[in-house]
Design a protein around this ligand. Structure first.
Ligand code: GLO
Ligand code: MG
Length: 346
């Protein structure tokens, strides 16, 4: 491990969630944005991620002038708190306009709405002084294969991305792939898909990706391979670390909670590729358990960061020379045990 990044950390307001699931209501009272910002600062995190409507609530009913003044007021609050805005993401999965998808909807009015809203999201990013837009393409996919034309949908995705690239000459778009949920099948399920689509866009240099651990696991992949792959292309611009216990609903567990070894290998991949050297943040897209009491509400964020920092130490103190010798001798049985004992603290 030659490179030694100093990591910077962030999370989003939605990561202090209230415990609602499809089968029951919230279990913790909602808190204001200011309270969440205070907690982020108290925990010693460096930046916050935003959906466009986290930054400007009820965005669809607001004028451009309101969007500007509310974003600027937020920027001032962030500056006063010494917190950066890491990215802004258009929340295209809530509106009645996007029931059948956003950029790939069968309804041209819905597609127009999705693009216009994305351009407003870029305006917000500019006011908040970040050039990074995250595209989690929540509803771009199908419940029913015959309901959409796949080829046409990929073309529509490229068209939408090109509109965003054309609107702002500096903006960078990071696609956050996820194979399913809410859709049965998503159009861009993996980093390979995201980077391939980037090549069809008018300025491929400004289209990259964001890896979420749980999403890679849901695609049956090892997130550390996704990290190496994206970083080989110089395209890993953000990261949602969390954990996931196999092929279930998206669990957003604390980092390392389900599989410490998979977490260790993600950190090792980040270390060997020098993640963070160009200012990228380590973000945790984790949620509290539904059972969590309000007084323990921030533990999942603090714990994720503590686990990450301990795994950085583990990656840096791993006996690479011994590992190389074991690899040369094809003694993978011993390598396996060396990794386990290293993680157990021997
Ligand atoms: C859901 C996603 C979601 C996005 C966030 C940013 O599965 O991980 O949390 O990361 O909305 O666009
Ligand atoms: Mg995410």
């Amino acid at each position: 491990m030659s490179k030694k990044s100093q990591y910077k950390f962030c999370f989003g307001p939605w990561n202090i969630s209230e415990g609602q699931d499809p089968y029951g209501p919230t279990t913790r009272p909602a808190q204001s944005f200011d309270w969440k910002l205070d907690q982020l600062k108290k925990l010693g995190f460096d930046a916050m991620m935003f959906h466009d409507d986290d930054a400007v609530p009820d965005i669809d009913g607001k004028s451009d002038a309101q969007l500007r003044s509310e974003s600027k007021a937020l920027k001032k609050r962030l500056d006063d708190a010494g917190i950066a805005a890491e990215m802004v993401a258009p929340r295209l999965w809530f509106s009645p306009n996007t029931i059948d998808g956003a950029y790939t909807s069968n309804d041209p009015k819905a597609r127009k709405y999705a693009i216009e809203r994305s351009l407003r999201c870029i305006d917000i990013a500019n006011y908040l002084d970040t050039d990074l837009i995250v595209l989690w393409l929540a509803r771009e996919g199908t419940y029913l294969r015959e309901s959409k034309n796949g080829r046409r949908s990929f073309e529509l995705l490229v068209e939408a991305i090109d509109k965003m690239l054309g609107y702002d000459k500096k903006v960078r778009l990071a696609i956050e792939p996820k194979p399913n949920e809410p859709m049965d099948h998503a159009y861009l399920p993996t980093i390979g898909h995201a980077l391939a689509i980037a090549q069809l866009c008018k300025d491929p240099k400004r289209v990259g990706c964001l890896i979420e651990s749980a999403h890679a696991i849901l695609a049956g992949l090892d997130p550390s391979d996704e990290i190496d792959f994206a970083m080989l292309f110089g395209k890993l611009w953000s990261l949602h670390l969390n954990d996931q216990n196999g092929l279930k609903f998206d669990q957003d567990k604390p980092f390392g909670s389900a599989n410490l070894r998979v977490a260790f290998n993600q950190v090792r991949a980040l270390e060997r590729n020098g993640y963070g050297e160009d200012g990228e943040f380590v973000c945790f897209d984790v949620h509290p358990f539904r059972t969590t009491k309000p007084e323990h509400w921030l533990a999942h964020l603090d714990n994720s960061r503590r686990t990450f920092i301990k795994l950085v130490e583990k990656a840096r103190s791993f006996d690479e020379k011994n590992a190389r010798e074991l690899v040369a001798d094809r003694n993978y049985a011993e390598l396996d045990q060396v990794v386990l004992e290293h993680l157990m603290g021997d």
